[in-house]
Design a protein around this ligand. Structure first.
Ligand code: CTP
Ligand code: CA
Length: 224
């Protein structure tokens, strides 16, 4: 029993993870999206599964793959679909980690036919998408809720504001500044920020090692 606890420290824990970008349709052939690869979210799912967790991975469009058939993979396209999937899974989760790069805005109307080229300028009317993370922060009970943030300025201050506003138990600050770090890269540099203002910086590492650091931190703090 002791060995199992050591090797599968997340056994019995249900973890929900969101990953990848979302695509917001403009017409039948076009969308607004971003360059998120999904690597960080899939790394979290794979490492969590290897640590014994029961994982539901809610993924936007991504070429990444899961390495364990125990992972329940829910593929979605838009922010609205990701919102619905997340709210279905969240009530039974123990831990939720939202690493997806959700589009902040979507076209207010989706054209039924392909939009034709006409005027010299073309204005898009956008509306806000659902903030999935904030909405979960408003309904959370026992769940340990983790957000990600990518800030290009005032990283710690902005991160702290997001942590409080969205009612999180932890926020993972993604540092874009260093070489080889960020969208599409295999490495990442993160700093963890807790509600008690505890700041835990990590060095540049492979995304699976970053995932291990994050999950270990959660394990050490979940019942604390
Ligand atoms: N997030 C979400 N739903 C959205 C937007 C963001 O669930 N519609 C989540 C992301 O998955 C991430 C966290 O919120 O875990 C922070 O995302 P980020 O883009 O850094 O923050 P925003 O609140 O969107 O603010 P801004 O983009 O203006 O910095
Ligand atoms: Ca955003």
């Amino acid at each position: 029993e002791n060995d199992i606890v050591k090797n599968l420290p997340l056994r019995g824990k249900k973890i929900m993870i969101t990953a990848g970008p979302t695509y917001e349709a403009l017409d039948p052939v076009r969308f607004i999206g971003n360059h998120s690869s999904g690597k960080m979210g899939y790394a979290l799912a794979n490492i969590a599964a290897s640590m014994g967790a029961e994982v539901t991975l809610i993924s936007g469009p991504s070429h990444q793959t899961v390495r364990f058939d125990t992972i329940s993979l829910v593929k979605v396209t838009s922010a609205k679909e990701m919102y619905d999937a997340a709210h279905k899974t969240f009530p039974k989760a123990d831990i939720a980690i939202l690493s997806a790069a959700v589009a902040d805005y979507r076209p207010k109307t989706v054209a039924k036919q392909k939009i034709k080229k006409k005027e010299d300028a073309f204005n898009l009317h956008l509306e806000k998408t659902e903030d999935i993370l904030a909405s979960l922060g408003r309904i959370k009970k026992h769940q340990f809720l983790v957000g990600f943030a990518l800030e290009t300025e005032n990283e710690l201050d902005n991160g702290k504001t997001k942590l409080q506003k969205k009612n999180l138990d932890l926020i993972v600050l993604n540092s874009l500044n260093d070489k080889g770090v960020g969208f599409g890269a295999d490495t990442n540099k993160v700093t963890l920020l807790a509600p008690n203002n505890k700041v835990t910086p990590f060095s540049v590492k492979e995304k699976e090692e970053v995932a291990r650091d994050i999950l270990q931190y959660i394990l050490d703090n979940i019942d604390a």
